[in-house]
Every structure is written in C-alpha cells, then in structure tokens.
Design a protein around this ligand. Structure first.
Ligand SMILES: Nc1ncnc2c1ncn2[C@@H]1O[C@H](COP(=O)(O)OP(=O)(O)OP(=O)(O)O)[C@@H](O)[C@H]1O
Length: 348
C-alpha cells in the first residue's frame, strides 16, 4: 500500500495559479476525496499525482520517495476519467487486456487476469461487446476494470460518475466502495458532489481557488465546517450574523441564543453562526426546559419526498427547516422552533 504526500504543490497556468501550495497527506489505503466547485483545481491536482501535469513548484511523494519528476508509466498509478477513454474498436475483453498486453504479459496470463477482473466488475457476459453496445454504468465498470487489472498502487478517479444518472450513481458508489474494501488501495477521487464525497471518503479535502480550505472526516466537514465558504458549499445550513455577548451566548437577529459545549464558542468577535436545516425542530408545545425557542410563520413549504422543507419568517430574518413530510404543515401557519444549543456552530 502506498502513502501519498503532496507538499506545497502548485500549478500556475499563464500566470494564474490553478493549484496554490496545497499540502495533503493520504495514508496507506485511505480513500481521500478532493471536493470543490468547478475550476477550484481538483483535476489539476489529480493530474499532477498521476504525472500527466508537471507541477510549477512543490513535490509529490509515494511512500517517502519523491516522484515529482517520475514519468507516468513509472508511478504505478491508475487513472479513471470522466470520459472513460475506452477504445471503441476493441471489445470489453480487449479494452481490459490493453494495459497488460502493453506491459508484455503472455496472452494466457492476460486472459486469466482479464477473466477474473470481468467477474469482479460483473461483466463476464459482456466480454465480447464493443463500448457502443454498453450502458454508461457498464462502460464505467470496464474503465475501472481496465485500470485495476494493472494493479496500480494508487487509484485516481476523476469525476467517475459525472455522466451517470442518479440511480446509477448510487449503484456505482456502492461498487466503488466494495472495490476499495476488497483491494484496500490508496484512492483519490475528484468530485463536486457533496453526497458522493461524504458517502465514499475516509477524509475530504475541500478546495476553493486552488487551496485546501479544510481536510477532515466527512462528518466533521458537515457538522463543523472551517469557514463560511465551506459551510455554504456543503449546503443545507442557515448562516446568520451573530455577536458573542457572554460565555456561551450570542446575540442574533433571532434574539439571544445559547451555545452548546461543541459550538466553537471560544470565538469572541462578531461572526457568522450556522445551524443545519434538519437540526432545527418545530415544537408543538413549549416548556421552560427548552433553550432557544423562537416563533415563526411558514412562508414556503417544499415537498422533497421523505422530507418537507419550510422557509419561516422569524422576526426580521428567515430560517429554513426540514422535517419528516408526514407532518404536512401549510404556508401561513405560525409555529414555535428550537435551535438546539449543541447544533449551533460558530464559523471562523
Ligand atoms: N491546460 C490548462 N491550461 C490553462 N488553464 C488550465 C488548464 N487546465 C486547467 N486550467 C485552469 O485551471 C483551473 C483549475 O482547473 P481544474 O480542471 O483543475 O479544476 P476542477 O476543480 O477540476 O474543475 P472541474 O470540476 O470543472 O473539472 C481552472 O481555472 C482552469 O481553467
């Protein structure tokens, strides 16, 4: 297994930094996701790890050995890209065998390895088909098989599910997770999809403008984003101004709010606070033991299937709340809400 380290890694295109001095350590066997909006430098970072792009400065290390200047074929990495890159004139079997034949493996050996790999990606019955005769998900599995059959030390996946529909994406996520569990190889995946990142990653590196804003486990990034931009990118959160007034309390446009022990409450200056849609609770009756109770009126109700999303006017401001759709509340309804102290997070 391979540890991957990016040290002060930068890439400048025509004077503009695409990747700006990032430092990322990927542990042996770890599944790390580079997550960020379009153009933030994810693909360029991956291409530098692969050896397809030469860094402007900084270095890349595999298991403590510098590989910055090592050519692609010597790095033993496997890259699966968004466009799959299958050879249209070759069958599934020939596509998967390609890397092995280039490597000079005997034909009988190739056949055995390809056969095993097609079984793993559940495409044995499709061995004789051409790419044009496959669905998007099947093409994706051929692309992964073609990469894995060469036994790369590091697997690089560049938006591998971007062209698949929602159901297929969920299926492919499960497939990629299973493969990672089986092979345990160090994996870097690039995506702009938060759900995909949270579902697959051991840790996520959130990137903006070529820099890593936060590198942490998915639940930490979701519950305790490092800054406002990360919080907004992860979505599903109310973000509002607040001013710490005394230990454990902030003043906000929703009135004074009590903070919990895990609210990052050591921060003293005026700043933003965040509370997730699903953390706010609509309560039927209010009692003295509840903290942070506010009154609001539903101004918009959206049906999302399992959940309803309500926009509520609360004093001068608005809050968004999600609750199970079985409650079915109506616009114009006046309700009481609680913002649980532990669920309020002060942003840096
Ligand atoms: N070969 C290139 N020449 C010039 N600029 C480039 C080149 N490759 C990438 N860039 C620029 O570098 C920046 C980062 O691009 P990159 O493809 O790494 O972003 P990304 O986060 O992967 O985006 P996306 O999700 O849209 O693929 C962008 O502004 C892009 O236009």
């Amino acid at each position: 297994m391979t540890q991957v380290q990016l040290k002060n890694l930068s890439k400048v295109f025509s004077g503009t930094p695409a990747v700006d001095a990032i430092n990322v350590d990927v542990a042996c066997g770890e599944f790390l996701v580079l997550l960020g909006p379009s153009g933030c430098g994810k693909t360029t970072s991956l291409r530098m790890v692969c050896g397809l792009e030469q860094p402007t400065s900084g270095s890349i290390w595999f298991n403590g050995q510098e590989v910055t200047n090592l050519p692609v074929q010597k790095r033993k990495v496997g890259l699966v890209s968004q466009r799959f890159g299958l050879f249209p004139h070759m069958t599934v079997e020939q596509n998967v065998a390609f890397g092995l034949s280039v490597g000079g493996m005997a034909e009988s050996e190739q056949k055995r390895h390809v056969g095993e790999m097609l079984e793993i990606v559940r495409l044995t019955d499709f061995a004789g088909r051409f790419p044009a005769q496959l669905s998007g998900g099947q093409m994706q599995r051929v692309a992964i098989a073609r990469t894995l059959v060469t036994r790369p030390k590091v697997l690089l996946l560049d938006e591998p599910m971007a062209s698949l529909d929602t159901l297929l994406r969920a299926e492919m996520r499960q497939f990629i997770r299973d493969l990672h569990e089986e092979y345990g190889m160090t994996t870097l995946l690039v995506t702009h999809d938060q759900i995909e990142a949270m579902d697959l990653a051991d840790r996520i590196a959130v990137m903006f403008d070529g820099r890593v804003a936060q590198l942490a486990a998915p639940d930490e990034i979701y519950q305790q984003p490092a800054d406002e931009r990360t919080a907004r990118f992860m979505g599903h959160s109310n973000i509002f101004d607040c001013t710490p007034v005394s230990d454990g309390y902030v003043e906000s446009l929703f009135g004074p709010l009590k903070l919990g022990a895990g609210s990052n409450r050591g921060l003293k200056l005026p700043r933003k606070a965040m509370v997730r849609y699903e953390s706010i609770r609509i309560v039927e009756s209010v009692d003295q033991s509840q903290s942070n109770v506010v009154s609001g009126t539903i101004t918009r109700a959206e049906f999302l299937g399992a959940m309803m999303r309500y926009t509520l006017q609360v004093g001068e401001g608005f809050l968004t709340v999600e609750e199970a759709s079985s409650f079915k509340r109506k616009t114009g309804e006046a309700v009481s809400l609680t913002l649980p102290p532990e669920q309020i997070w002060l942003l840096q």
